[in-house]
Every structure is written in C-alpha cells, then in structure tokens.
Design a protein around this ligand. Structure first.
Ligand code: SF4
Ligand code: SF4
Length: 268
C-alpha cells in the first residue's frame, strides 16, 4: 500500500467517553469481514483495537459513551472540531443510557453518598447525557450495545457516500414481520416495544421476553402516553413503568412531560 493510496481512504477514529466500550467491541466482533472492511479506511484512532492514536483531522468519528465528566466534554469537543462527520454509537452516546436513569430525580451528591458513602464529587461528574446534548451529531446508531450488522451496514454506506440507514419504526414492526405473538396482549408482560427503535429484529419478544428498551425511544415519534396507558390497564403502577422507561433513557423528554406519579406505590 503506497502512501498515496492510503491518502484516498476515509480517515476514521473510534472513541470512548463514559461507558463500557461494548460498541467498539461490537465493531471488533465483525470477525469475518473486519480485516477487509477496515482496510478500506485509514484508521487514525481506535481505542479498543490499538494503542496507536494520531491526533489529526478525520472524515468520520464514531463516539460511544455518555458525556459524564469534564474530561468527556473536553474530549468530545476536540473530536467534533476535527471531524467532518460525527456518529454517536450506542445508547450511552445517544440517550445517556443506564448512567442517566436517575437524572432529574436525585442529585450527584445523593448518588455519591449512595454508592461511595461520601458527598464529595471526587470524579467531577455531572448528569450523564448523550453527545447530541453538547455537539452536533450527524447520525446516531442506537443500541446497548449496537448490532454488529448495523455497524457493518453503516460503514459500507459511509464508504459509498450514503447515510447509514437506521430504522425509524418500533420493535413491534419487527415482531409482526417475524410473526411473534405479542407478549403484552398474550401474557400481559410490560413490553416497551411500541416506543423503542427497531433494528434488533425483535430479539426479546422472539424469545418470549418483553422488550426493556435497550435501543432507546424512537425520537420524535414516541407515544409514551399510550404506552403508559396500555401498561396501566394491565395493572402496572406508574412508578414501575417510569423506572422501566428510565432504565435506558433517563434523559428521554417524554418521561418528564407525562406528569405521572413517580412516587406512586407498586412493585409491579
Ligand atoms: S411483544 Fe412487544 S414488541 Fe412485540 S408486538 Fe407486542 S408490544 Fe410490540
Ligand atoms: S427487543 Fe428491546 S430490549 Fe430486546 S434487544 Fe430489542 S430493543 Fe433491546
């Protein structure tokens, strides 16, 4: 490979903020195609794959993890400044994920006491949020973690100059396409499928389980109120439903506007 050939390849970087690094791992899990796929790109940084890292301008930056610390924010702004496209990968980067589940409910000091027994914010954290809360994001690939096929398709699309195709419909659609029985209707399970972004091929209902929402709410299209009513009718308490919604999407705006009794009693 000559230097000129290398210069024609899109320069990419894959970065982590606060999270488990599972989305980078899903890219690495593309074992069958990984070598060929990545040979089409000029990889300037890929934290989980190599200690090599070049601080340079990029065509595409993939960012996983939530913005939870001053260090995250500084890193993110630096990535945004030097990248033509910034793609948020995984629920942490898109919605804040599990670390955001208590946002607007408890203070950082209260959480520090609960977890570490001290009030001091020793890690200088603030309320975790997705990267789109701080910088312009060009595309989002949801999931906790992302689907590796979705990562593959996104990389191929980008290589061809196309936008990655991300479903804008709910998990229920995939459930119906697969002919799975609805676990809300048949079994009264508290499935979040009606308001969660598809793309997992309805994995959990396919196993007879209810969707817990790991791909996050469909942005701008979610009828959380209807979901709330559907689960209330089946005997679930507001607090239980809201906690489920919060599990992967504590920053999901619709939760704040539902006006439900978050302190209502009820374990179901
Ligand atoms: S099982 Fe869940 S995802 Fe499937 S149709 Fe019912 S509500 Fe939708
Ligand atoms: S069904 Fe729901 S919880 Fe299960 S993988 Fe899909 S989005 Fe995630």
């Amino acid at each position: 490979m000559t230097e000129t050939e290398n210069n024609l390849k899109p320069r990419i970087g894959v970065f982590s903020l606060t999270g488990c690094a599972g989305d980078q791992l899903m890219i690495l899990n593309l074992e069958d195609t990984l070598i060929e796929l990545l040979s089409k790109f000029d990889i300037k940084s890929f934290q989980e794959a190599s200690s090599y890292s070049e601080n340079t301008n990029l065509d595409i930056a993939f960012v996983e993890g939530s913005v939870s610390t001053e260090h995250d924010l500084k890193t993110l702004k630096n990535i945004r400044e030097k990248s033509s496209l910034l793609i948020a990968i995984g629920d942490c980067a898109v919605n804040g994920c599990v670390q955001a589940m208590r946002n607007k409910q408890t203070s950082i000091a209260e959480r520090m006491i609960d977890v570490y027994g001290v009030e001091d914010n020793i890690y200088k954290t603030f309320e975790p949020k997705g990267v789109g809360e701080y910088v312009k994001v060009d595309f989002e690939i949801p999931g906790c973690p992302i689907e590796k096929e979705e990562a593959l398709n996104a990389l191929i699309s980008l290589l061809n100059g196309d936008a990655p195709l991300i479903p804008d419909y709910p998990v229920c659609v995939e459930c119906k396409l697969n002919g799975y029985p609805c676990v809300i209707i048949e079994e009264g399970k508290p499935c979040l499928g009606p308001i969660i972004t598809a793309g997992c091929d309805a994995r959990c209902p396919g196993l007879g389980l209810d969707c817990v929402g790991c791909r996050g709410p469909i942005k701008g299209e979610t009828n959380a109120k209807a979901e709330l009513e559907a689960l209330r009718k089946r005997g679930y308490a507001d607090k239980y439903i809201i906690n489920r919604l919060r599990f992967f999407a504590g920053n999901f705006d619709d939760i704040q506007i539902l006006g439900v009794k978050e302190n209502s009693k009820g374990d179901k």
